[in-house]
Design a protein around this ligand. Structure first.
Ligand code: DC
Length: 243
């Protein structure tokens, strides 16, 4: 069991979830998908018809909502006011609202401790946009994933199909570009690599190759910084769905 905190940041569709879940499984640490928390707020905002430009109203709604994140290995459940949310978090509508409310500084500040609380003595693999820059700024391992827009659009399209979200490839591609532009250009915790992150371009890499690269990074850091023996990880036993 590892007590490492590992952050995986990057734009939409880059393959963060596949990799973060796989790593969490290997290392026996909980897995945090921080985007689902922003999606949960977006779901409530949409349900209540709150204007996403009205920061005070969105924050007030956050404060009166019960968010329950439960991390079980590589699985995460999101319960909002007693309702367990799954596929409804993954519609195009919710993706857009999540990106809109995520630019509100007070909302980010509200959600930060909830995310931090997920890190514990078992370590964590946390994915999102600001895991390495803000939420887990002291993480031992920080990775920033990137890939060409074409590949990301394709991966996002496949991911959405896995969530039963009916969108065309073209829609998935244009929504992704719109969200990335907003996420990267906002003032509050914009999407960008931490100064001490390792950047991996995954355009021409399979999911297994990226996992291997991150495991190698972990091994390297552990040898450098710890006297503990490095955990033995048999990467040949992985069975990962392709992106
Ligand atoms: O990872 P995702 O696509 O499910 O994230 C949905 C939106 O939430 C994304 O467009 C921006 C926001 N987000 C964020 O601002 N910070 C995070 N750590 C995770 C997600």
């Amino acid at each position: 069991m590892s007590a490492l905190t590992i952050t995986i940041d990057g734009p939409a569709g880059v393959g963060k979830s596949t990799l973060a879940k796989s790593l969490a499984k290997h290392l026996g640490t909980p897995y945090l998908n921080s985007g689902s928390l922003y999606r949960a707020v977006a779901w409530k905002v949409s349900k209540q018809g709150v204007n996403t430009d009205d920061e005070d109203a969105v924050l007030a709604l956050c404060k009166t909502t019960n968010f329950l994140l439960s991390l079980q290995g590589d699985y995460q459940s999101v319960v909002v006011d007693g309702t367990r949310l799954t596929h409804e978090l993954w519609t195009s509508h919710i993706s857009l609202i999540a990106s809109e409310i995520s630019r509100l500084p007070t909302v980010r500040t509200f959600l930060r401790p909830i995310q931090r609380h997920c890190g514990n003595d078992k370590g964590i693999v946390a994915e999102g946009r600001d895991m390495g820059t803000h939420v887990f700024a002291d993480a031992e391992i920080k990775v920033f994933l990137d890939a060409s827009p074409t590949i990301r659009a394709q991966r996002r399209f496949l991911e959405l199909q896995g969530h039963d979200a009916a969108v065309s490839h073209e829609t998935a591609a244009s929504e992704l570009m719109e969200r990335d532009t907003r996420d990267a250009n906002r003032n509050s915790a914009p999407l960008r690599p931490a100064s001490d992150a390792t950047i991996i371009d995954t355009t021409d890499l399979s999911a297994i190759q990226v996992v291997d690269a991150i495991l190698a990074l972990i091994k390297q850091r552990q040898i450098k910084h710890r006297s503990d023996p490095t955990p033995t990880i048999d990467t040949t036993k992985q069975s990962l769905a392709s992106y």
